[in-house]
Design a protein around this ligand. Structure first.
Ligand SMILES: [Zn+2]
Length: 320
């Protein structure tokens, strides 16, 4: 009788342990943002969702998790590699739509990859054949429904040719168009979760997460920051990072039904400071059982420092 192989397909790592990781944050757009509606890409309409409430339904702007994922992945593909004068995706032969799915690729290791059929590639001047392969991503994205109930604003824009003077009636003429925007100061609660990944693999996640903030949004303008609020007696980013074997922290995931900023901040901070159903005032909480660290949580500035440290280690490992 044939032996059934029961395996996840993931290689064993014997030099470092695996953990689950979570990143929770509230992002703030300091200016208007445009995120095209997925089914209406050519008509300049932003993506919104309808949220049921006691009084009916409300409409909210949406920074969809799939869009954040795409921006994060490109942030790694387009990261500068100092020694070679190329971008990381060019060095690895990993891009979109060709995700390389190679064992050594720090991008596909966490974001996943797919080569549907044997493919000839040329990477840094070297030709090779890549066999069909699949890597399932172990990083997932959630959240993104804006806190405030605010319908998109519509603006008149005009595409002007770069001529300072032209005769009346001469082509080309300015082309007016209308575009919807998410209003400035909208707040977006967002969440990233990583399943069974090593500390080295999380370096790419942390780098992409922080680096993508400057580039979120389609077209221009772009960019968000982590929202800051008075929290634990200081103005701190609303950010939480967990690393764990056992899920002991209350998850700072906000209900889309919350539309008031203070209520959202209070709910986020209350969950962020609840570990094993007890309040904690520590910037770094560590739970140990039987000589094993089963849960760690960093909040606010400590969480930001933690992500920044992982980002530096990613840069030293792949971008030198
Ligand atoms: Zn890859």
């Amino acid at each position: 009788m044939a032996t059934v192989e029961i395996s996840s397909g993931l290689a064993q790592v014997d030099n470092e342990p695996r953990y689950h990781y979570d990143i929770y944050a509230i992002l703030e757009a300091p200016q208007e943002l445009y995120f095209g509606h997925e089914t209406q890409v050519n008509v300049n309409v932003v993506e919104t969702v309808r949220v049921p409430t006691d009084d009916g339904t409300i409409e909210k702007c949406y920074m969809s998790p799939t869009k954040r994922r795409g921006v994060e992945r490109r942030s790694l593909i387009w990261a500068p590699v100092q020694s070679d004068g190329v971008l990381l995706g060019d060095k690895l032969g990993c891009g979109i739509p060709h995700t390389c799915t190679q064992i050594e690729c720090p991008i596909c290791a966490v974001y996943g990859g797919l080569i549907p059929s044997a493919t000839d590639v040329e990477v840094m001047g070297k030709k090779s054949k890549r066999q069909p392969a699949t890597t399932i991503g172990r990083l997932v994205h959630g959240g993104g429904v804006a806190i405030q109930e605010l319908e998109p604003s519509e603006k008149q824009r005009a595409m002007h040719p770069s001529m300072l003077h032209k005769d009346p009636g001469a082509d080309p003429t300015p082309t007016p168009f209308k575009r919807e925007y998410n209003e400035p100061a909208l707040l977006y609660p967002v969440y990233n979760h990583c399943m069974s990944i090593t500390e080295s693999e999380f370096q790419a996640v942390a780098y992409a997460y922080l680096d993508s903030h400057a580039r979120l949004g389609a077209g221009n303008p772009k960019g968000v920051k982590i929202y800051e609020a008075e929290w634990q007696t200081a103005l701190q980013p609303l950010l939480v990072v967990d690393r764990y074997l056992a899920p002991l922290g209350k998850r700072p995931v906000l209900s889309p039904q919350i539309s008031k900023i203070q209520q959202a901040v209070d709910a986020f901070c209350s969950a962020a400071t609840s570990v094993r159903n007890k309040p904690t005032t520590e910037a770094h909480t560590k739970i140990e059982e039987d000589d094993t660290t089963v849960f760690e949580r960093w909040i606010g500035d400590a969480a930001l420092t933690e992500l920044q440290n992982y980002s530096v280690n990613f840069a030293l490992a792949y971008l030198k």
